[in-house]
Design a protein around this ligand. Sequence first.
Ligand code: FE2
Length: 257
Amino acid sequence: MNILFLGDVVGQPGCQAVRRFLPGFKREHSVDVVIANGENSAIGNGILPQSANHLLDSGVDLLTTGNHVFRRREIYPYLDAHPGQIIRPANYPSSAPGGGYTVYAGGRFQLGVINLMGVVFMEALDNPFHTVDQILPKLKDCNAILVDFHAEATGEKRAMGFYLDGRVTAVIGTHTHVQTADEQILPKGTAYLTDAGMVGPEQSVLGVKPEAVLKRHLTHMPSRFETADGPCRIQGILLNVEAKSGKVNKVTRVNLV
Ligand code: FE2
């Protein structure tokens, strides 16, 4: 089976880019399931039911999120109502809306998907390593398991890769919006990439208009971040996996304009 994972989809330009590119790419590469990180897909920031629906209607099967998931209140009931289509980091308190993992039933395979958030240079959530240990036994019937590790620090992400090597199919990092070029199959067979990158405007600072970001750096005064315009980069990773065993055959980084 072919699993496509897309990095953070940024704002309306990112959502439109997904809608334009996804149908053709899915056909061309016989993609069975598409997962995208949608935590920045709303106009403004965060994720809204409208942007989640837009992505799901565009061919994405499942949305993961991260530290911006709870910015917009409108998404709270949506997270609870659609546990099979959108998840939030599992190491938030259990009282938070939504769930941290789910199982995508693809007919001939069951794909478990876990969302975790890093704690280095980020909010002090539960330890993601301990959290994933608690979740994995619940997904023992899955053919394959993919982890979206939404984290800032490269070292924490690579450590998670090795911690889960041989225990899951893939550990894919998100959050920095800058794609890394370290895709690999780890010694015990797990596919790994430190950061999938983003689907968002190429001429930007992580998807945001550079002027607004520069103003903040130069003046230390608040400035409104607006999504940049122009052509989008479409970044992610394509995994070819044996449907029955979850064994990774091939890892291909996606980086298109
Ligand atoms: Fe993030």
